[in-house]
Design a protein around this ligand. Sequence first.
Ligand SMILES: NC(=O)c1ccc[n+]([C@@H]2O[C@H](COP(=O)([O-])OP(=O)(O)OC[C@H]3O[C@@H](n4cnc5c(N)ncnc54)[C@H](OP(=O)(O)O)[C@@H]3O)[C@@H](O)[C@H]2O)c1
Length: 334
Amino acid sequence: MAPWTGAELLALSPLRALWLALAAAFLLALLLQLVPPGLFPGYAFFQDLIRYGKTKLGGVPRPAACRAFDVPKRYFSHFYVIAVLWNGFLLWFLIQSLFLGVPFPNWLHALLRILGAAQFQGGELALSAFLVLLFLWLHSARRLFECLYVSVFSNAVINVAQYCFGLVYYVLVGLTVLSQVPMDGRNGEWSLPYHRPPEGWSSVYVIGKNVLMQARWFHILGMVMFIWSSAHQYKCHVILGNLRRNKAGIVIHCNHRIPFGDWFEYVSSPNYLAELMIYISMAVTFGFYNTTWWLVVTYVFFSQALSAFLSHKFYKSQFVSYPKHRRAFLPFLF
Ligand SMILES: NC(=O)c1ccc[n+]([C@@H]2O[C@H](COP(=O)([O-])OP(=O)(O)OC[C@H]3O[C@@H](n4cnc5c(N)ncnc54)[C@H](OP(=O)(O)O)[C@@H]3O)[C@@H](O)[C@H]2O)c1
């Protein structure tokens, strides 16, 4: 595990700046929920921008102009189609690089440098980034499966800005992981003696010889956490899907009901809590020290906390019998 140095903490690459800005925006949106309705101009537009799905139903009346930008929430599956394809593509480049010594193509290397990928500092492990990218791909594939076969979508909507954000989100997350792969330019020198880089390919190569020798205890811990959180998120999505199915598995309605079981006994949105845990498991896999990834985790924390807060309010406003002990997002706390 590499130590956290002051300089490393302070370096603000474009990717870090982006995740920091997103985290700050969602923290601000969360804090603005404490402001009484109508206290600032554009309150209804602001609420419409941050709400989606069932929470659009339980909030302030929606301006007609906002409804013109509605997109069906079932289009969530598009995000995961892009995520599976794009992150599969990045994973393919990384596998080729790690196991066959093929360098990244120039365009990808240039893109990573623009986004702030640093040269090898010492201590980073190519295996960590490989595992995180693999986890991200598996997560995207499972979510796609859930969208297609587990979840039952109602006529709930998201707005077009949220839709566009969802389309680029997993592209950015994948690039963020790849930008953490340790690379060595060595003044443009191609370092594998038995190979010359093909035309149009970068001479920068991934430091990943003896990848399997890089296995550490935190890779095992991260993997266990990833499997555990993913299993709970899947279970929660099954519970939600079953609320709209009969015992034979046939969809019988599209209403919102009170879910029970698994982590729903503790919080209103355990699927959002599991999402946070999945990203934390990736931070563990990076060996705990990766500042860029902790900024991604911070963004996920505030974005999921905001959605969980709004869902919790929705449930409490719709159901008088809603379990009193249930928190919004974090068991016993929030
Ligand atoms: N990393 C990120 O930035 C990010 C952002 C957003 C979402 N996500 C993840 O994506 C997953 C899905 O997010 P989501 O916001 O769509 O979750 P969600 O609102 O809980 O919805 C999941 C599914 O359950 C249905 N549903 C929700 N509440 C229900 C209820 N009370 N009764 C019956 N059915 C209900 C929804 O249908 P309808 O909504 O169609 O009614 C949808 O099909 C989550 O695990 C979340 O963590 C991640």
